[in-house]
Design a protein around this ligand. Structure first.
Ligand SMILES: [Fe+2]
Length: 585
């Protein structure tokens, strides 16, 4: 049974393919279209489906859309507040929604938004771009795949509890919004999921964080991680102001009042304008109150469920500082966060949930229980390009290259010599973090490396760069570090080691680490081990392989374009080495 998951409703459009409980592939459309987050989360982009990501998933399985049994779309229009969805219903669609009268808590764009979602199946059948049509043709329109609308937060939840290593866990999801829900609290136990309670619009920690992101001069629904980075430069001097806005009310519930940011804090910072201390302090205050509120919810959820493990998803769970605060101050023994915690992960969650629900129903009919058959131990679920394809492209583009005898050893020597390299190996990552498949790597030993990398990537000085460390060495270099393969938690750098890896230590003494073991990515692991043999340091700087404003590279062409348009020293792509100095010679 093949189940295809699709997220397309707001942004981070993505697809995932599950076969009888096992994830075959998951990919984000931005990696193909080169539009970051695939599209802006606005109603008139809702029709756009992630055809390239779907194509990549089907290609990985060697099938076409006609072979798919179920399609799970991570949004249920029937749950949209006050909208008619019965078959044959009509909706009034303003010709010019921008000028239409706005009702309380509603948008004049809502009918258009809803119409696009209701018609997503028809769009999937008829809307494939010309170059992909072969894979989308031949579906029996009457007896072909079954379409499922999966509630948005259920898709977030399932992306966590059906992917985590836990057999039983509390589940917490937080994002901007789903159909009407913004936060959910539940439990996965005895193979069944139960939502315990939820927070609904207009109360949303995610939307508040987005609003402050916009006020601080960054792109909302995109740059929230920059606000998190800013926060560590500030003091929570305005925390009481945010405590007026956000109030935890017990029972897992909170309210968010209209923040009136301009009234409270004055004129918004202009994009690219100077960053003043109050900007840092406002970011720190927001972060502080977010952490306090989520900790209260986590405590309530722990008491209510009595379960020792927690898993989380939703865009707010990409906030690794908040995750770590809950880890350090909360009641749970262990926390697992879905690496594609943003909306891309709902494609995975919708597919996993639909597959699991259908297998559970079939198993129950036979007096049995469905089993989970997959855990997300790594995020390398996207497309790969084989050595022959890479070499063909290098030749075709008249790029000078040489095949390495030992990729890990030779690349490690380049890094030990202080070179910054593009590292392109295997299947792409699913989720927003580069984890050693499409990464820029450098030595952490050079104190100037953070500034050098920010220059290479043409990005803001306040943004930290993150380390990857061999899993078995992690605790020696980072205080209390344990398995953290997805860069979703921070740890303090061990005091005795800080001066040896100055490039990866953030201003507050922490580092957002990735641990890697050999099962997850053998070549990446071997590279770091080879670097350790040369330097005594089992750590590298790892940042995403892209240039400013671009999504991470996907194809060999993307890698070459990024390499030649940024001051990288070398590119290790599959077994091939491309160097600028050699190319010039
Ligand atoms: Fe979401």
């Amino acid at each position: 049974m093949y189940t295809l998951g699709i997220n397309a409703v707001y942004h981070d459009s993505a697809a995932a393919l599950v076969h009888d409980g096992v994830v075959i592939a998951a990919a984000e459309d931005e990696r193909f279209t080169h539009v970051k987050h695939a599209k802006r989360p606005v109603p008139f982009s809702t029709w756009q489906l992630p055809f390239d990501a779907i194509d990549a998933c089907l290609r990985e399985a060697g099938i076409t859309l006609a072979d798919v049994d179920h399609v799970a779309y991570s949004y249920d229009p029937a749950l949209f507040p006050d909208m008619p969805t019965r078959p044959g219903a009509t909706i009034a669609l303003p010709l010019d929604p921008s000028r239409a009268r706005i009702e309380a808590n509603a948008s004049p764009w809502d009918p258009l938004f809803l119409s696009y979602i209701v018609n997503a199946k028809a769009q999937l059948l008829d809307g494939a771009p010309h170059h992909l049509r072969k894979r989308f043709a031949g579906v029996d329109r009457e007896n072909g795949f079954v379409w499922h609308n999966v509630e948005h937060h259920l898709a977030h939840e399932a992306s966590a509890f059906l992917a985590s290593p836990f057999d039983a866990c509390a589940v917490l999801t937080m994002d901007g919004r789903g159909e009407g829900v913004t936060t959910s609290l539940g439990e996965f136990r005895d193979g069944k999921y139960k939502r315990i309670t939820q927070v609904e619009l207009p109360h949303s920690l995610g939307l508040l964080y987005e609003a402050v992101t916009g006020w601080l001069g960054f792109l909302h629904s995109s740059d929230e991680y920059k606000v998190m980075a800013l926060a560590s430069f500030g003091e929570p001097a305005y925390a009481d102001q945010f405590r007026e806005i956000v109030q935890y009310n017990g029972n897992g519930h909170y309210t968010v009042a209209d923040p009136h940011l301009v009234d409270r804090f004055g004129v918004p910072r202009e994009r690219g304008g100077p960053l003043e201390q109050r900007h840092f302090d406002i970011a720190a205050s927001l972060q502080c109150v977010l952490e306090e509120t989520v900790l209260e919810m986590a405590r309530w959820l722990h008491t209510r469920t009595g379960l020792p493990k927690l898993c989380m998803a939703g865009g707010v769970a990409l906030n690794c500082v908040m995750n770590s605060y809950v880890r350090d101050n909360g009641p749970f023994d262990d926390i697992w966060v879905q690496p594609a915690a943003g909306d891309a992960g709902t494609a995975l969650g919708a597919a996993l949930w639909t597959d699991y629900r259908l297998r559970s129903e079939a198993a129950q009919a036979a007096g049995e229980r469905a089993e989970r058959r997959w855990q997300m131990d790594h995020a390398y679920l996207g497309p790969a390009f084989d050595d022959e394809t890479i070499e063909q492209f290098l030749r075709w583009s008249k790029t000078s290259y040489r095949r390495l005898d030992n990729i890990a050893e030779e690349a490690a020597q380049l890094l030990a010599d202080g070179h910054v390299i593009g590292w392109y190996q295997g299947r792409t990552e699913f989720g927003p973090r580069a984890l050693g498949a499409r990464s820029i790597l450098a030595s952490p030993v050079d104190p100037g490396m953070q500034a050098k990398l920010n220059e290479i990537k043409d990005r803001e000085d306040f943004r930290p760069v993150a380390p990857v460390v061999l899993e078995e060495r992690a605790a020696q270099w980072f205080v209390g570090a344990r398995r953290a393969p997805f860069m979703l938690f921070i740890f303090d750098v061990q005091p005795g080691k800080a001066e040896r890896i100055p490039a990866v230590r953030h201003v507050d003494g922490t580092a957002r680490i990735q641990t890697v073991n050999r099962d997850q990515h053998p070549l990446y692991y071997d590279l770091i081990a080879a670097f350790e043999r040369r330097t005594g340091v089992p750590v590298l700087v790892n940042t995403s392989f892209n240039t400013r404003g671009e999504p991470m590279v996907n194809s060999p062409r993307d890698a070459l374009e990024s390499f030649w348009t940024s001051p990288l020293d070398a590119l290790v792509i599959g077994p091939f080495l491309v160097r600028k100095s050699e190319a010039r010679a």
